[in-house]
Design a protein around this ligand. Structure first.
Ligand SMILES: *Cc1c(COP(=O)(O)O)cnc(C)c1O
Length: 403
């Protein structure tokens, strides 16, 4: 026995509901089986009733799926849910965060275009621009995220895209997204924000005026370190181009990963609240420790952009970086003394992670580039997970004792 469901019913019922309701219900269309949970459509292609139906679907004259490089119902459900949570007209899922950035640039920029990128972006993002995209005639300049006058003077006639991460990794620096969006639009450029560290729970860049949001869903959206994935979200007019690139080039999201991310979104707010609450406590505690010279966390009064963070974000995120006594040796001794926290460069996991940015995530930069970016040898980065706060403190105390 199968049950017929009105596919449109859920969409209309979600008009005007809150972000928490969207997080658990947006994007789901039930199949004729009547499943309550989201169905996982594990299929590469789709069948047609007749040759004529196949022809009409291929021609786009009849709705329907053709091939999972083009569309997949589970991937579409994830896209609709994250779009609803970001307040975007449309979201497009990709195989990873990096392929989201690649798809955005390949579909919206051409040879001869100028792109501005904030200096403190994810390492692979810099490699993508420097090693590959520049080879195809893209002009790329880097601007210090927090220096607004540097942004004002960095634009050229042909500046088409501005790409920033706010807050940045690992120093939690910010840019005023609304002010930067206004500047971009006055100069005829689009603003894209990598929202990986905040997720739509803490910050909605589109509502602040940005044109495009990028996610590595690998981080908090999954939240449990299982799958890679990415998202590009924005206006349909631009997302149509991104879809075109993905269908042709192929870095689409696996339906299994989309299913994991759908379930991840359902608990995202609860997890972010817990991540942020523990991070705030640990940052305040670390600031009191004699072995710690400086803590970089936007939730601290001592953070130079605390006021902007309060205005722009709902909370301060869960990445806490700090400088310990004893330079690189001190940082390594600190890290090696922990027993509970995982030594890994990943973040956005229920398990707390610890890393030494200067020799891992930022190890490919020259010492001079690292100095410019403010990444000291004594810097340790902790991405706070969901363990008991007291256990995390006890583990970090082992690090402090080893300094
Ligand atoms: C991890 C990360 C990326 C890249 O995402 P992948 O899913 O690993 O490809 C991009 N931006 C930021 C801020 C990240 O942390």
């Amino acid at each position: 026995m199968t049950i017929e469901w009105d596919a449109g019913r859920l969409d209309s019922d979600l008009e005007g509901v809150g972000q928490d309701t969207l997080a658990v219900r947006a994007g789901q269309r039930r199949s004729p089986e009547g499943e309550h949970g989201e169905a996982l459509f594990f299929t590469s292609s789709y069948v047609f009733r007749t040759a004529a139906d196949a022809a009409a679907t291929f021609a786009g004259e009849m709705p329907g799926n053709v091939y999972s490089r083009y569309t997949n119902p589970t991937v579409r459900a994830f896209e609709e849910r994250i779009a609803a949570m970001e307040g975007a007209e449309q979201a497009v899922a990709t195989a990873s965060g990096m392929s989201a950035i690649l798809a955005m640039v390949m579909s919206l920029c051409s040879a001869g275009d100028h792109v501005l990128v904030s200096r403190s972006v994810f390492g692979a993002t810099v490699s993508l621009f420097e090693k590959y995209l520049k080879r195809f005639g893209l002009q790329v300049d880097y601007v210090p995220l927090t220096d607004f006058s540097a942004w004002q003077s960095a634009f050229r006639e042909n500046t088409r895209l501005v790409f920033v991460e706010s807050p940045s990794n690992p120093l939690a620096e910010l840019v005023d997204i609304a002010a930067l969006a206004e500047l971009c639009h006055a100069k005829g450029a689009m603003l894209a924000v990598d929202n990986c560290f905040c997720t739509p729970i803490l910050q909605q860049p589109l509502a602040l005026g940005a044109d495009i949001v990028i996610h590595s869903a690998t981080k908090y959206i999954d939240g449990q370190g299982r799958c890679l994935g990415g998202v590009v979200a924005g206006r349909s007019e631009q997302m149509k181009e991104v879809v075109g690139f993905l269908r042709t080039a192929g870095p689409t999201l696996s339906p299994f990963n989309a299913w994991v991310f759908l379930k991840g979104l359902e608990t995202l707010r609860l997890r972010m609240q817990a991540h942020c609450a523990s991070a705030q406590q640990l940052a305040e505690w670390l600031e009191q420790q004699p072995g710690v010279d400086k803590v970089h966390y936007a939730g601290l009064q001592s953070h130079p952009q605390h006021e902007l963070a309060r205005r722009q974000q709902k909370a301060y995120g869960a990445v806490v970086s700090f400088e310990v006594k004893g330079g690189k040796e001190g940082a390594w001794r600190f890290i090696d003394a922990t027993r509970l926290i995982s030594i890994t460069a990943n973040l956005g996991d229920s398990k707390t992670t610890i890393t030494h940015p200067a020799s891992t995530t930022h190890g490919r930069l020259s010492a001079e580039e690292r100095a410019k970016a403010g990444i000291r040898d004594s810097l340790v980065r902790v991405a706070v997970g969901l363990e008991d706060l007291e256990d995390l403190k006890a583990d970090l105390s082992r690090g402090l004792a080893a300094l």
